[in-house]
Design a protein around this ligand. Sequence first.
Ligand SMILES: Nc1nc2c(c(=O)[nH]1)N[C@H]1C(S)=C(S)[C@@H](COP(=O)(O)O)O[C@H]1N2
Ligand SMILES: [Mo]
Length: 533
Amino acid sequence: MSTDVFPGIRLYLMRLVCKQSVLTLKELLTGCLSSQIKKATRFYVKAIEKSSPLPIISQEEVTRHRSLKDGVWVTYQGGVYDITEFVSIHPGGEKIMMAAGGAIEPFWSLYAVHNQEHVLEILSEYKIGELKAEDLKKQSTFKSSDPYSSDPERHPALRTNSLKPFNAEPPPEILADSYITPTAFFFKRNHLPVPQVDPDLYRLHVEGLPRGVLTLSLEELKTRFPKHTITATLQCAGNRRSEMNKTRQVKGLNWGFGAIGNATWSGAKLRDVLLAAGYGPDVAQWARHVQFEGLDKEITGSAYGASIPINKAVSEEGDVLLAYEMNGKDIPADHGFPIRVVVPGVVGTRNVKWLGKIVVSAQESSSHWQQKDYKGFAPGIDWDTVDYKSAPAIQELPVQSAITTPAEGSVIDRSEEMLTVKGYAWSGGGREVIRVDVSVDGGKTWKEAKLKSSDKEGDQTSPPLGRAWAWKLWEITVPLPPEAQELELICKAVDNSYNTQPDTFGPIWNVRGLLSNAWHRVKVKISEDDDEE
Ligand SMILES: Nc1nc2c(c(=O)[nH]1)N[C@H]1C(S)=C(S)[C@@H](COP(=O)(O)O)O[C@H]1N2
Ligand SMILES: [Mo]
């Protein structure tokens, strides 16, 4: 059989194969085929594909076919299809004409009804060739007019700060309900569209070492290196920005106090991978930073990137992971599938997701996010006077805590007599939170909350010194002050370096609203019990 089989002839031949002369194109299109015919069809199509490799067709040629007169050609996943015959009887055929001469995928994502198996089966009957490989590559860069169309589904309970790129946090009340933050509710902070990565084609490149580039597949990362698991809290530098913003306006997404979460992460140690790539005392002479590049890219083609100091990366006690699991499952798309860096104790932004490249270097990452963002400035510096070169990139975060229940503005029933206040507390750099002080009278008097290191009641185990990567949850139950109509609840944490949080935002105000860790204050009302009045 020749390689340029026309779809009409194929259909005719197929009818013969099926020995079913009553099979019409319409039946094919509506998908109402008997399973026997379907089987025969598949068999036939496979047979044809084996016996006659389809011709390679250039995008240029496809583009010439965009009318009923010249023929209507489209591409789908690298195949070229002549759907002229189909268009004339397809309901809403005009719409499909928009795809003529180009890729059909973006239209299918708009009209999701098409993503059904029988439609794919129908389409397969019209295949006339394969798109030239280099044209296919180009296609993937303008696959869709909306680069966010392939972003994953998200839980509707999340509070969305921005949809494209997707940035969202959980309702904060749930944070202290579970020591491990459920993945679906873990805050999501994306600067760009979520890249789609085929785990079989995924490669991690380790560069900058004298031995040359080390390239690892996902499988190799999982099998060549021991699997380590840590529990670590991840916090965005912009967590609690909305509170600082109330003092004086700052620039950035208006995060509440939910841009923080605690998860278990499993993967290879970055240290082990760097040693395998040739890191040693000679390299230690000049290497100062480890740069990471994500597979998410800007329109300009530059990738998301960040770097961390080499000492953190290679230290046995640094616990930096190239993680492939989050809370015991493959890392989901939003959190960096298939590999993300987890740099425990270090600001979220350096925990690069969808990791594509690691570079050992004498320099920090040159990325926008390392150089022109994620730095702290004095309260007097504004947008006109800021000089990004004048401040170091944020790495370890300061001590932080917040009240998750009760929520701001809630009404507490006087007859309850007692009030339970709950929250989270964490510090950067592996410093352990050793105390959380709580006030229910606006800071006049303080009581110590009970700390928890897991969901187990009264679990107060301490992590190894300097490796307290995970937060503590805390809780305290206090009598309601008898006279008060309104309470101002406050919490502040102390870490094992005796660092504590500042009382107000004014003195730590900075133009980007980062490192926002003043005392967390929550106002609640007390309702009188009607019966007693
Ligand atoms: N490749 C890539 N990595 C990234 C980001 C990103 O946009 N792209 N965002 C960073 C920021 S600012 C934060 S706070 C964390 C958020 O991680 P999460 O979405 O898993 O909570 O990822 C960091 N890593
Ligand atoms: Mo962030």
